[in-house]
Design a protein around this ligand. Structure first.
Ligand code: ADP
Ligand code: MG
Length: 781
């Protein structure tokens, strides 16, 4: 048995199991070894029901009052009551129709799961249940819980992992052995055995420490290499026309904020340096990022370089093109809008103008990426709402820059040896390859915590727009209990009477029904790593440029984004796609229910529109256009409205089931309003009255500052929400936490120690591939 042995060769794996494993991305013995438990149930720590506190618990007792039924199509609910000597606790399972039969056996059970407030009471949601006998027989008081593999029982999965135990115990060391002893770590094999077959909770801790260390070494070393690389790259020297910029600024209908000036200045300096700009423009929603990009495009145009701005939706692209044309055409900068819905003739004509260079600024959607779109001299690339784009897309756009045909570039484009960008090259007296790359500005409204900027995105430059344009009134935010909804709608009706418009965002449905949030996170991992794998073998210029750009994905992945990312990879992973569509069906149900419900309220005489992720792109666009044109008063929507839309006349944002959203996402949603001189309101409607005390919602009520809120989110929820998505989704860190500054410091020291002792980490076979992957992921360019 080897790491590459297919799982079909393992004892007990029949045809059916093999297919199920494959569908879950588990093909080889090595894959299964890397499939670490997502959590552990510790049956040595049994609580009394009367003393339960919210959180993960284990309880022992008997089960009664089992009920099992479909509450509607696609939603099956099983409920039961668990009793021990001290009290009773209700339990609920969603979509586990087999559960009732399993429980009917009677006897004593060990129940493990989350004790939480839901549906008006404290209960155990989707707990796992094992008979006391089974636990005693297996002799394992601490049980690893793996992400569910569809069609496979967890006992089957554990048995399978038991089969490959001999391989795990013999896993070769990945880190340099001197480093393992220097840093006082467990060996790799010991750690993996401890994680898959723990005997107690300290085994788990020990294993996690070692694997977390390993992950951080790979990640931080990758970031260090990237930093070194960037210095070896070349870009166009774009000189700065002061007079034009002065005139542009003077012609604006408003005064630029100081932050906008500073950001523009940062960009101008990068342009002049001849080193590729690699800049993130991070500004809260409504902070005015577009005009900064416009100013930079003017500078580029004056120096003879074209600019391409890519936006995630046609609506946004159109919006940008209109704004920018107004600002820039008076200065002789021709603006083109390239979107999929253009008809053939004007599109062909536009493409010719872009190729010929008479269009200096092209705004577009994914349509920009088509092969047939070529530029005359693309010097500046802007990605708006950059977290909405995948690696491959950014890659394609950046590749459209015509590159000087020198030896280095040819090499980059894949001739000859694959790229090697190590500082080692320099040591051996070999000049690192040089390539000419366009300047890149990525724009995002999502704050990336400073610790993350420093650790992971070391080579990235950031400009911040913290100052709000003057004249904006802070949005009034209120938490609303479900019982006050009627009064709320009456006051909203008055706003509509005044000519304003309203968004109603429906709850995220992901956790309670279906299979649980953690699993969704993991599914994300599989899919994203698929995307990464696809681009990882790409050593062309584009591949280089696109290494990852994962930054964004970094900080925010709304459920909508996750679905978008999923869409591509899901094709390769059928069960994942089923799961995804199951989730969005539920979301669809929730949004249509809300839509119908509103039509029976005081708002029934208003024009109500519906928008959700399952609609085709052009349908979505049509609805948004009607909203912009004020033909819709109330837009009921899923989180698709989260991104970039600028409808200044909308002043009310109602978020239903607000407790289900993360702080960062709530803030993003709120940013859809407050974009004009009118007073705006954001109402956070909770599902249950009790939830109005949520600290998270209170923070939002008190602050309009996205950066403050991002820090708070970290504090309140740990790194889960903000970079948790990245950790698990993008970077594929299974164990390490980027919030663990102590571990980060220790790892940085270890890397420095290795360097001092002339240990080249890239020489270590088991790490090289992952280091290279992280490099692609943690750079913007
Ligand atoms: P975002 O950063 O969310 O992309 P936009 O670029 O869409 O923000 O800008 C939001 C609105 O603010 C636009 O209508 C824009 O014209 C306006 N705006 C930008 N800068 C200023 C400023 N300095 N003063 C007043 N209004 C501004
Ligand atoms: Mg914007």
């Amino acid at each position: 048995m080897k790491l590459s042995t297919p799982l079909s060769d393992i004892k007990g794996v029949g045809e059916k199991t093999w297919l199920q494993l494959k569908a879950a991305g588990l093909v080889t013995v090595g894959d299964l070894i890397q499939f670490l438990p997502r959590t552990y149930e510790d049956y040595t720590k049994v609580s009394q029901i009367s003393e339960l506190h919210p959180g993960n618990v284990v309880v022992r007792g008997t089960i009664s009052q089992i009920s099992s039924r479909y509450v509607r199509r696609g939603l099956h609910v099983t409920t039961a009551v668990l009793s021990d000597g001290s009290g009773k606790v209700p339990m609920t399972w969603f979509n586990q129709p087999y559960r009732a039969k399993h429980l009917a056996g009677g006897g004593e059970w060990l129940v493990a799961g989350e004790f939480a407030f839901s549906q008006r009471r404290y209960q155990l949601l989707n707990p796992s249940v094992r008979s006391s006998e089974e636990v005693i027989e297996s002799g394992n008081a601490i049980v690893p819980i793996y992400r569910q593999v569809s069609g496979l029982k967890s006992t089957q999965l554990r048995a399978l992992i038991e089969e490959i135990r001999p391989v795990i115990t013999m896993l070769p060391e990945l880190l340099p052995e001197q480093l393992v002893s220097h840093a006082n770590l467990s060996t790799y094999a010991d750690a993996m055995v401890a994680l898959h077959f723990p005997e107690n909770s300290s085994d788990v801790e020990r294993g996690k420490q070692r694997i977390g260390f390993q992950e951080l070494v790979e990640l931080l070393y990758a970031s260090e290499l990237n930093r070194a690389d960037n210095a070896a790259l070349e870009s166009y020297v774009i000189d700065f026309d002061l007079e034009a910029v002065k005139q542009f600024v003077a012609a604006l209908p408003f005064r630029l904020t100081n932050d906008q000036r500073r950001a523009a200045w940062d960009i101008i300096q990068n342009f002049a340096s001849g080193i590729p700009m690699n800049r993130l423009l991070q500004g809260d929603v409504g902070s005015g990022k577009t005009v900064v990009a416009g100013l930079a495009a003017l500078v580029a145009a004056r120096a003879g370089y074209q600019t391409a701005i890519m936006a995630p939706t046609e609506l946004l692209a159109r919006q940008h093109a209109e704004t920018l044309a107004q600002l820039l055409e008076p200065f002789g900068v021709n603006v083109g809008l390239l979107i999929g819905s253009l008809s053939k003739k004007p599109k062909d004509q536009l493409k010719q103008q872009i190729a010929g260079g008479s269009i200096a600024l092209t705004v577009g959607t994914h349509a920009l990426l088509q092969e047939s779109v070529t530029f005359h001299q693309l010097g500046f690339v802007v990605i708006d709402e950059q977290h909405r784009f995948g690696v491959a897309q950014r890659q394609k756009l950046l590749a459209k820059s015509t590159v000087a045909d020198n030896g280095a570039t040819r090499r980059l484009q894949g001739e000859g040896k694959p790229l090697e960008f190590t500082s080692k090259g320099k040591v051996e007296g070999q000049a690192p390859p040089r390539a000419v790359l366009p300047h890149l500005l990525a724009m995002t409204a999502t704050p990336i915590p400073r610790s993350l900027q420093l650790t992971v995105y070391g080579e990235l430059e950031v400009s911040l727009l913290q100052e709000k344009p003057v004249g904006r009134k802070p949005i009034i935010t209120k938490i609303i209990s479900p019982t006050s909804r009627t009064g709320l709608l009456a006051s909203v009706d008055k706003e509509i009477e005044q000519g304003r418009q309203v968004y109603v965002v429906c709850p995220l449905i992901e956790e309670q029904e279906g299979r649980g949030k953690r699993e969704e996170g993991k599914i994300g991992t599989a899919m994203v790593s698929e995307t990464i794998r696809q681009s990882s073998s790409d050593n062309t210029l584009a591949g280089l440029r696109a290494r990852g750009a994962g930054l964004a994905e970094a900080a925010t992945l709304s459920s909508e984004n996750r679905r978008i990312i999923s869409a591509g990879a899901a094709m390769k992973q059928p069960p994942v796609s089923n799961f995804q569509s199951q989730v969005s069906n539920m979301e669809l149900a929730s949004v249509t229910t809300e839509y119908e419900r509103l039509q029976k309220t005081v708002l029934k005489h208003r024009r109500i529109g519906l928008l959700h992720g399952k609609m085709a792109a052009d349908e979505k666009d049509a609805v948004m256009r009607r909203f912009v044109a004020r033909e819709i008063d109330v837009l009921v929507s899923t989180t698709v409205v989260e991104v970039g839309v600028d409808v200044p006349n909308a002043t009310v944002m109602i978020i239903e089931g607000a407790e289900r959203f993360g702080l960062a996402q709530l803030h993003q949603l709120r940013g859809r309003v407050g974009r004009s001189e009118h007073q705006s309101y954001c109402y956070l409607v909770t599902t249950e009255s009790k939830q109005t005390t949520s600290l998270r919602l209170r923070e939002l009520e008190h602050s309009n500052d996205g950066f403050y809120l991002a820090e708070k989110d970290l504090e309140l929820r740990g790194p889960g929400e903000i970079y948790g998505r990245m950790q698990h989704g993008q970077l594929n860190l299974q164990v390490a936490s980027l919030a663990d500054t102590r571990a980060i410091v220790a790892v940085k020291r270890a890397i420095a120690w290795a360097k001092e002792n002339s240990i080249d980490l890239l020489q270590y076979e088991g790490m090289r591939e992952r280091i290279e992957r992280y490099r692609r992921l943690t750079t913007l360019n």
